[in-house]
Design a protein around this ligand. Structure first.
Ligand code: FES
Length: 274
């Protein structure tokens, strides 16, 4: 059993858990994820590791309640136990000291997994420009934490309720205009956002890493649920990713696959609410 030792509520649908999972925390690295199952009836939920504390033996997860599984998860409180936590899974981010600054872009709950990457990039001696954005102020979080791991932070909201009004893509264009020696971009967020970022950076020729969040089942490369088309190859996000070269990813296919179980998900959510 894996107890929840801290819970933070960022908004009615965005929540944070610190979960005691010492073996996962001991090995966790930026870019990796874990899969949890809250109870015997719970679905397996993949969550990117938003932070970890090796001394305390905890991992941090931030999630948005989207379907029945995450909604049920959000109802758990400090002291409740998670039945299984499997991880860390996936390939860690390739962090090095790059020749030129790097930009990291987090959209919505994608702010959570981009944080440890920014932290590791900064620790490796990079100049890190950070951009975080959400639909509105209510969905933003970790502004201070992001500021602490970046040389410059731009905060955007689509509706202008906080920070700069507009999309993260526009903010990234401004960063590039002032820093055309940008070496790498990392972008994590909803698939349409990641696709938009890759479309912006493609003509610049700046390597852009995205973290794919397809449907997942086993998380060990056996079931094929998480397949993603990357260039001419079919990759499994759980073992080959979740990070890939965004310019090679077939986002149209990935988004289509993500919506396969939409109707079932709606039914499960309705059942939970009645
Ligand atoms: Fe089954 Fe990746 S989740 S192969």
């Amino acid at each position: 059993m894996y107890p929840i030792v801290r819970k933070e509520i960022f908004s009615p649908t965005v929540k944070l858990f610190d979960i005691k999972a010492p073996l996962v925390a001991a090995k966790a690295q930026a870019g990796q994820f874990f899969i949890l199952r809250a109870d015997e009836k719970g679905e397996r939920i993949p969550l990117t590791i938003a932070d970890f504390d090796r001394e305390e033996g905890t991992i941090t997860a931030i999630f948005q309640e989207m379907g029945a599984g995450t909604k049920r998860l959000g109802q758990l409180e400090v002291g409740d136990n998670i039945l299984d936590v499997v991880g860390p899974l996936g390939v860690p981010s390739e962090i090095e000291r790059f020749d030129g600054p790097v930009a990291i872009v987090g959209g919505g709950v994608g702010i959570a997994p981009i944080y440890p990457i920014a932290k590791a990039l900064k620790a490796a001696g990079n100049e890190v420009f950070a951009i975080i954005g959400a639909r509105n102020k209510e969905l933003l979080f970790w502004e201070e934490k992001m500021a602490s791991v970046s040389s410059k932070l731009i905060v955007c909201t689509d509706d202008g309720s906080y920070g700069r009004k507009g999309f993260v893509t526009d903010a990234l264009k401004d960063v590039y205009e002032a820093n055309s020696n940008l070496n790498h971009v990392w972008a994590i967020g909803p698939m349409p956002m990641m696709r938009a970022i890759t479309n912006v950076t493609r003509p610049w020729g700046v390597k852009t890493i995205v973290s794919m969040n397809p449907l997942m089942m086993d998380g060990t490369g056996m079931c094929g649920a998480c397949r993603v088309q990357v260039g001419n190859e079919t990759k499994f996000a759980c073992v080959d990713g979740p990070e890939f070269d965004g310019h090679m990813v077939d986002f149209d296919l990935a988004m289509k696959r993500l919506s396969i179980y939409k109707d079932e998900e709606k039914r499960a959510l309705a059942a939970l609410e009645h």
